[in-house]
Ligand binder design. Structure first.
Ligand code: SF4
Ligand SMILES: [Zn+2]
Length: 319
């Protein structure tokens, strides 16, 4: 692990490195899509995702770039249901939906509680509704929302990494015990959870990045999550760009993502996915990129190891 230059990795410094936010409309989601995903029942089905526009998350994690599509102020009551309703009109039918809000669904500054009932009625025909939250915001409000839904609720939680020093430098204000407690709370109420795990967060080299992704997957399953999503850490939020220039961060290689995914699948402890968002930026070899993307996608879908991609780049690892 590299020793960091003496930045105070706290809110003020992290926020000072940011660029401008994108222009958003409180009555429109900033994005939406449909992708195939292996569901908890083992089928490969369409899952819609609506990326809701709402007030910025109160945390300022070192690696986070989700603030780019958020507002500075609370969105008006009724705006979030309007966003969902608008997106549903554009989206093809699907059985499962993610309502991702660039932060914490159960933060009342982001999603007004008054809107829960309307939101629940809008998604009543889905089988599964998946939302995201910081572990410290998982409490009885989750149950209130769940009880309004006709669908099964699942919650995604950022574990990020179990590396003791790195997790504290991420400024997430989360102890591993918070994560464990939140998963236990959800399990007690029969709510499935998925863990977001960073591949090669700052201050780790490529080998350490893979090793700690493995340990983080182990920990997440030990805590009782039903699914792990491995997210390659990317720059672009300002803070990580500075750390990258100083040699304290490098994005992981697509081959490391394959390795971490293979490990997770091999555990046979639950679903494990590689996040393929912006995947092109994690490869320096154009010869095998398409093949590796297809391999990762198939591994995600079938949850089985796929034939290895053979390419001359295979032995190069960027430390
Ligand atoms: S809690 Fe999540 S959304 Fe909020 S700053 Fe951290 S990573 Fe970003
Ligand atoms: Zn290659």
């Amino acid at each position: 692990m590299k020793k960091k230059k003496d930045h105070k990795l706290e809110d003020a410094w992290i926020r000072a490195q940011r660029g401008d936010k994108n222009k958003t409309d409180p009555y429109k989601p900033y994005a939406f899509n449909v992708e195939k995903e292996r569901t908890s029942s083992g089928k490969i089905e369409d899952v819609a995702t609506i990326f809701l526009t709402n007030k910025e998350c109160p945390f300022s994690c070192l690696m986070c770039d989700l603030w780019k599509n958020t507002t500075d102020e609370k969105v008006p009551p009724g705006a979030i249901p309007e966003q969902i309703s608008w997106a549903l009109e554009q989206l093809p039918p699907s059985k499962h939906i993610k309502l991702y809000n660039s932060g914490n669904f159960f933060d009342k500054q982001a999603i007004p509680r008054k809107d829960y009932a309307k939101m629940a009625s809008l998604v009543q025909n889905f089988e599964t509704v998946i939302v995201e939250s910081h572990p410290r915001l998982i409490n009885d409000k989750v149950l209130q929302f769940r009880d309004m839904l006709g669908a099964e609720l699942q919650v995604a939680i950022g574990l990020e990494t179990v590396h003791p020093e790195v997790v504290s430098k991420l400024n997430k204000r989360m102890q591993l015990a918070d994560f464990k407690k939140s998963v236990e709370f959800l399990n007690k109420h029969d709510i499935k959870s998925r863990a977001f795990i960073l591949l090669r967060p700052p201050f780790l080299n490529e080998i350490e990045g893979i090793e700690w992704a493995r340990k983080s997957i182990d920990y997440a399953f030990e805590c009782g999550v039903e699914c792990c999503v491995i997210i390659p850490t990317r720059s672009g939020n300002g803070a990580l760009d500075i750390l990258q220039k100083e040699g304290h961060f490098s994005p992981p290689d697509i081959k490391s993502l394959e390795e971490a995914l293979e490990y997770g699948i091999g555990l046979q402890s639950g679903r494990v996915f590689a996040d393929l968002w912006d995947i092109n930026m994690f490869s320096t070899c154009m010869k095998c990129l398409e093949e590796r993307k297809i391999r990762l996608e198939n591994t995600n879908h079938y949850q089985q190891l796929q034939p290895v991609v053979s390419c001359s780049c295979a032995k190069k690892i960027n430390l």
